[in-house]
Design a binder for this molecule. Structure first.
Ligand code: IMP
Length: 200
């Protein structure tokens, strides 16, 4: 019987990427949107790792199952690491992708080329109702463009230039983004550790 793993997120974009990145494992992947009475998850920490842990534990305690949470965001050097853990709320609760991007590009208006460096960070936490089982992190370095470009991905992808490809994440096919992204790297590390964790 495959182990059931609940992705502690209702973000459909994250669910799609995480499902792709977990393909081929002997694990039945479900997510909050598929549960009849999904728990409400909060993020009160000041780091990605704290928030991932908080979400994974809350999900595991509410469902009694193994849960994997992702907390992720964009850290911009010229903005002292902002928007960071507030990436989803940077332009206010419920802001659209366009509003997030407009706010970021506005804040970066006077930042010259060469100082527009940034990274996406993804913290993963795996928890059972007994506690946190493991944590992983992935990062990817890039720069912030002056204009959005591309239709793919989500969130800040249209303004995140990935220098090795010379394009934004939103201009890359999903497999190409997943191969190098913060979430892809964190999930690759998780995949490598999972067999040993399941044997315990
Ligand atoms: P949270 O992890 O639910 O707090 O939300 C993280 C926020 O960071 C998302 O809503 C996006 O705005 C941003 N973010 C995280 N990962 C990505 C990504 O892969 N591409 C673009 N934006 C991302």
């Amino acid at each position: 019987m495959p182990v059931r793993l609940i992705l502690a997120t209702e973000n459909q974009h994250k669910v799609r990427e995480m499902r792709d990145l977990l393909a081929g494992l002997d694990v039945e992947v479900s997510h909050l949107g598929e549960l009849p009475d999904p728990p409400l998850l909060t993020e009160t920490g000041s780091t990605f790792a704290e928030n991932a842990r908080e979400k994974a534990l809350a999900c595991a305690c509410a469902t009694g199952e193994l849960c994997l949470a992702d907390d992720s965001g964009l850290m911009v050097d010229a903005l002292g690491g902002d928007p960071g853990v507030r990436s989803a709320r940077y332009a206010g609760e419920g802001a659209t992708q366009q509003q997030l991007i407009d706010k970021l590009l506005g804040a970066m208006q006077d930042v010259p080329e060469g100082q527009r460096t940034a990274r996406f960070v993804c913290a993963l936490s795996l928890a059972s109702p007994d506690g946190e089982i493991g944590r992983w992190e992935g990062r990817v370095e890039g720069t912030i463009t002056r204009e959005p470009a591309g239709e793919g991905g989500f969130g800040y992808d249209p303004v995140f230039l990935y220098p090795p490809s010379g394009t934004t994440f939103a201009q890359m096919p999903p497999e190409a983004k997943n191969a190098v992204s913060h979430r892809g790297r964190a999930l690759a590390a998780f995949r490598a550790d999972l067999p040993a964790l399941l044997e315990r």
